[in-house]
Design a protein around this ligand. Structure first.
Ligand code: FEO
Length: 420
C-alpha cells in the first residue's frame, strides 16, 4: 500500500475515497475556476460498499485511498448514484479490479450506464424507497430523476443518517479540506451559487419537489455528502444551504438588471454605459457583463436573481456577434427567464443584430420593453433613448416587486436536519 493518497475518515465506518482535480477549468462549458473534487465514499460493513467512483484518469488515486483502509477486493457492493462520467468514468475499471458481488443503480441508471459503457454490464436496478442490507447497516435508495439527469438518485445510510446526494448540494471547489465547516462561508455560498446557476437551474421545479419529498420522508440527517466539493457535517451550515436552494429553486428575483453586451468599436459599449446609468439613476441595481472579457458562466451567475435582462450586440456580417449568440444559447438552455428584457446595438449598414437578439429574448419568455439601434457611433438622440430604456427597465422592475413569491418547502425540510 503506498504511503500517499489516503482515505479521509468521515465517521467510524465511512471514508472519503475520492479525488481532487485542481486543474479542471472547463466542465462542459461551465468555467470552473477553482477546480473540483470527485467524491466517492467507502462504507465499512459486513458487505463493504463503495458509493460512486471518480472521473476516468483518477482511478489509481481512488483505488489507493480505498487500499489505505481495506483491501479493494473486499468490496461487495458498488452503488452508482449518478451515471455522468465524472462519477462513473472509473466504474468499469473499478468493477474489473474489485469484482464486486453486485452493482446498483436506479432503473434509469442501469440504462444510462449500459449506454455509456456498452450493454452487458451486470447491474441491479434499485427502486425508489428500496432498502439494501449491507450487513449491520442499511441503505435506502431515493430516486431523484432529472436532478439533474434521468438516472440520478440519492442513497441514505440509515444508522449514521448520512445522505449521499451525488451532484445536489455540491459545488466545483478543489480544496484540501473535506468538510464545509473548514472553509469560509462566503466561499461556500459563492461556489454553491455558481454551481446551481450553471448546472441545476433548469431543474429548479425538480429541486422544489425533492425538498418536499425529503421532508415528507421524515428522514433526519447528521451529514450530507455530495459528489463534488465539501461534505456538510455542520447541519447549521447545511440549513443555510437549504435556504439558498429554496431561494434559487423558487427563482426569488431581486430588483436587479443584468446587461450583457459585446462591442466592436465601443459604440455598443457606450450605449451600454448610458443604459446602465439610466437604470441606476432610477434606484435599481445593475450589473453589466462585457462578453469580450467575461465568461458565459459569469453571466449565468449574475442571472440567478435578475428581474430584467438587456442585451447589446453590434451587427457583424448580418448577424449578432458570436460571443452574444454563445451566451444567449447558454442562458436559454439553462432556462433563465427574466420578466423583462430589451435589446440594443450599433450597426453599419444592415443592422440585423438587435432584431435577432430580441427574437431570442422573446423565445426565452421575456416581455420586450424596447430596443435602441445606433448607426455607427451613437449620437445624442440615441444616447437619450438608451438612458430612457434604462429608466423604463428600472421602473418595470420596481413595479414587479409589488408582487411577492413564496414557497416554504425548503424551510420545512430544514426542520428534518439535526445538529451533531
Ligand atoms: Fe457531477 Fe452530473 O455530474
Amino acid at each position: 500500500m503506498p504511503p500517499y493518497f489516503n482515505a479521509v475518515k468521515i465517521t467510524d465506518s465511512v471514508y472519503w475515497v475520492g479525488a481532487i482535480d485542481w486543474n479542471v477549468r472547463n466542465f462542459h462549458g461551465y468555467k470552473t475556476g477553482r477546480g473540483t473534487t470527485y467524491n466517492a465514499y467507502l462504507i465499512l460493513a459486513d458487505k463493504i460498499t463503495l458509493i460512486d467512483t471518480v472521473k476516468k484518469g483518477f482511478f489509481e488515486e481512488m483505488l489507493a485511498r480505498i487500499a489505505s483502509v481495506v483491501d479493494p477486493g473486499k468490496i461487495e457492493y458498488i452503488i452508482s448514484n449518478h451515471a455522468e462520467p465524472d462519477h462513473s468514468g472509473a466504474l468499469l475499471q473499478t468493477i474489473k479490479t474489485v469484482k464486486p458481488a453486485e452493482v446498483f443503480a436506479s432503473k434509469m441508471g442501469v440504462k444510462a450506464l449500459n449506454a455509456h459503457y456498452g450493454a452487458g454490464l451486470e447491474l441491479t436496478a434499485a427502486a425508489d424507497g428500496e432498502e439494501l442490507d449491507i450487513g449491520g447497516k442499511k441503505i435506502t435508495f431515493m430516486e431523484t430523476r432529472m436532478l439533474h439527469w434521468p438516472d440520478s438518485m440519492f442513497s441514505y445510510l440509515q444508522e449514521e443518517q448520512i445522505l449521499f446526494t451525488q451532484d445536489a448540494f455540491g459545488m466545483h471547489l478543489a480544496s484540501g479540506e473535506r468538510f464545509a465547516d473548514e472553509l469560509p462561508r462566503e466561499l461556500l455560498e459563492r461556489q454553491a451559487e455558481s454551481y446551481y446557476a450553471n448546472i441545476i437551474t433548469p431543474f429548479s421545479p425538480q429541486v422544489a419537489k425533492l425538498l418536499k419529498k425529503v421532508e415528507e420522508s421524515g428522514l433526519t440527517f447528521n451529514m450530507v455528502a455530495p459528489d463534488h466539493g465539501p461534505i456538510w457535517r455542520s447541519m447549521e451550515d447545511f440549513k443555510r444551504l437549504l435556504d439558498l436552494y429554496k431561494k434559487w429553486s423558487n427563482r426569488e428575483l431581486q430588483p436587479k438588471v443584468v446587461i450583457l453586451y459585446d462591442t466592436m468599436w465601443q459604440a455598443t459599449e457606450k450605449m451600454s454605459r448610458v443604459i446602465e446609468d439610466g437604470i441606476r439613476s432610477a434606484g435599481v441595481k445593475v450589473e453589466p457583463v462585457n462578453m469580450s472579457v467575461c465568461d458565459r458562466s459569469e453571466a449565468a451567475d449574475k442571472m440567478l436573481d435578475a428581474a430584467a435582462l438587456i442585451v447589446g450586440s453590434p451587427t457583424l456580417n448580418n448577424h449578432l456577434l458570436p460571443s452574444i449568440a454563445d451566451v444567449l444559447i447558454y442562458l436559454k438552455g439553462l432556462k433563465f427567464k427574466t420578466p423583462y428584457a430589451a435589446a440594443f446595438g450599433s450597426y453599419g449598414w444592415s443592422g440585423e443584430a438587435v432584431k435577432q437578439v430580441k427574437e431570442y429574448l422573446e423565445a426565452m419568455g421575456s416581455e420586450i420593453l424596447g430596443e435602441v439601434k445606433a448607426q455607427y457611433t451613437p449620437g445624442e438622440e440615441v444616447l437619450h433613448a438608451c438612458y430612457e430604456l434604462g429608466r423604463t427597465a428600472a421602473e418595470k422592475v420596481k413595479a414587479h416587486f409589488q408582487c411577492s413569491m413564496s414557497n416554504d418547502s425548503g424551510e420545512k425540510l430544514s426542520k428534518n436536519v439535526k445538529s451533531i
